[in-house]
Design a binder for this molecule. Structure first.
Ligand code: UD1
Length: 417
């Protein structure tokens, strides 16, 4: 298994290009199941989760052909299998996003229940009750969700929680339903807007994309998509924190300020200078970092996917910071690894108190989930001596060539097998 080895203490400087967004690409790949013909997706990131999603499409009968880097053509003429097997779903929860498209196009879908994962129980009850409201018959047997509906019908759905995946599944399903669907308390994440844009180009009738109320007028069929995936706001945010934690000066090319308002605001409060320029976002930091109070919440609130990275940053702030995790119930696994590097963090329930400034010292640490791995890399950049991060397959699920990009910015970082 690969490891990443970082020698901290180097100031990052220069330009870094953001890749396509994993969390936009995954639902977009699933949406190709909605329409026959050849779809084209560009700016796909080179990630393990994308490979898993493509594998899933192959199982269902789609054929793919790679074009220029980041470009994939997907032919979805013959979708002959409507099953997402356990072996794939357990490696990537987002596989559940095939449920809505398969059911809408084929009238049947069998998808393994995702089950628990490292950052909490993460149920899919809102996906299922929404589909039931649209007329689907749903049963749970042998660890699988089985859903049937001759043709889904429009419905008024109020989500108990603004779930990202739930909103995406129901949005995709509703595009081919008979009649009008209204999804209230929908998630507003930019990735959902990107999905809605692609669906609209496929012929879907969607109003309210980007807001908490989506209205979808179902159509009889859709055309294939031709779409460029939006840039990854979480990868961008991670580089912005990397600049701040190393007292550096980094231009994050392709970062979109309108997707990163809460992150920009917190970085500015911490004392970093953030400039939104034509090419992206530039972060400079040559001052003592200030402590922060952060509460994660659905978009446009502070993203839970940036919580671990900011925790690493706040170990270097001068004073006491508090982070409340309000989206997931168990998303502080990085704390014990950060403590191994010398961080002073106390966790009580969903709240972590970080006492800065800690003198971080390199140590062997272990990645526990995707964003936790990023926080360890960031902490390692600020630590003295060498940090060895194992289990980086988590990192490879969501960051394209992170060590290569950081090295270009001046980090002393390498991957070893
Ligand atoms: C997506 C993102 C993930 C991000 C998360 C929150 C993808 C592929 N992943 O995950 O990176 O951290 O949004 O921004 O886009 N919940 C229920 N019932 C449901 C669905 C969700 O109770 O039916 C709960 C979950 O347990 C969790 C919360 O709602 O506590 C948010 O989950 P959700 O928004 O669905 O996250 P994902 O779509 O899984």
């Amino acid at each position: 298994m690969d490891k990443i080895i970082v020698r901290g203490g180097h100031r990052l400087q220069g330009e870094v290009q953001v890749s396509g967004a994993k969390n936009a690409a995954l639902p977009l790949l699933c949406a190709t199941l909605l329409a026959a013909g050849t779809h084209e997706l560009r700016n796909l990131p080179g990630l393990r989760d994308i490979d898993t999603a493509v594998q899933l499409l192959h199982i269902m009968g789609a054929q793919t052909e790679a074009g220029a880097p980041g470009t994939l053509r997907i032919n979805a003429d013959d979708i002959i299998c409507a099953e997402a097997p356990y072996d794939l779903v357990r490696t990537m929860r987002a596989s559940v996003l095939v449920l809505g498209p398969l059911l809408a196009r084929l009238g049947y879908a069998r998808v393994s229940l995702p089950g628990g994962c490292a950052i909490g129980a993460r149920p899919v009850d809102q996906h299922l009750s929404g589909l039931e409201a649209m007329g689907a018959q749903i049963s749970l047997e042998h660890g699988y969700i089985e859903a049937r509906a001759k043709r889904l019908r429009g419905a008024r759905i109020y989500l108990d929680i603004p779930t990202v995946g739930g909103t995406e599944n129901l949005l995709m399903a509703a595009t081919l339903a008979h009649g009008r669907t209204i999804i209230e308390n929908a998630a507003c994440e930019p990735e959902i807007e990107d999905l809605a844009t692609a669906l609209q180009h496929m012929g879907a009738q969607i109003e309210g994309a980007g807001s908490d109320t989506l209205t979808i007028h179902g159509v009889d069929s859709l055309r294939p998509m031709n779409h460029t995936v939006m840039s990854d706001r979480i990868e961008a945010g991670t580089f912005m924190v990397a600049a701040a934690i190393t007292g550096g000066d980094v231009l994050v090319v392709g970062a979109q300020p309108e997707h990163l308002e809460a992150v920009i605001s917190k970085l500015r409060q911490s004392g970093a200078e953030v400039h939104c320029v034509a090419e992206g976002i530039r972060v400079q930091c040559n001052t003592t970092l200030q402590p922060l109070r952060i509460k994660t919440s659905p978009h446009p609130g502070f993203p839970t996917d940036m919580q671990a990275q900011f925790m690493a940053l706040l170990t270097q702030a001068d004073g006491t910071s508090v982070i409340s995790e309000n989206v997931f119930e168990n998303r502080f696994m990085h704390v014990s690894e950060l403590q191994r590097l010398g961080a002073q963090i106390r966790v009580e329930g969903r709240q972590a108190t970080i006492q800065g400034k800690a003198n971080l010292l390199g140590a062997p640490v272990m990645a526990t989930d995707l964003r936790a791995s990023a926080s360890l890399v960031l902490a390692a950049l600020a630590a003295e001596n060498t940090t060895e991060i194992s289990r980086i397959y988590h990192l490879d699920r969501g960051y394209e060539k992170l060590e290569v990009k950081l090295k270009k910015l001046g980090a002393d970082i390498k991957r070893v097998s």
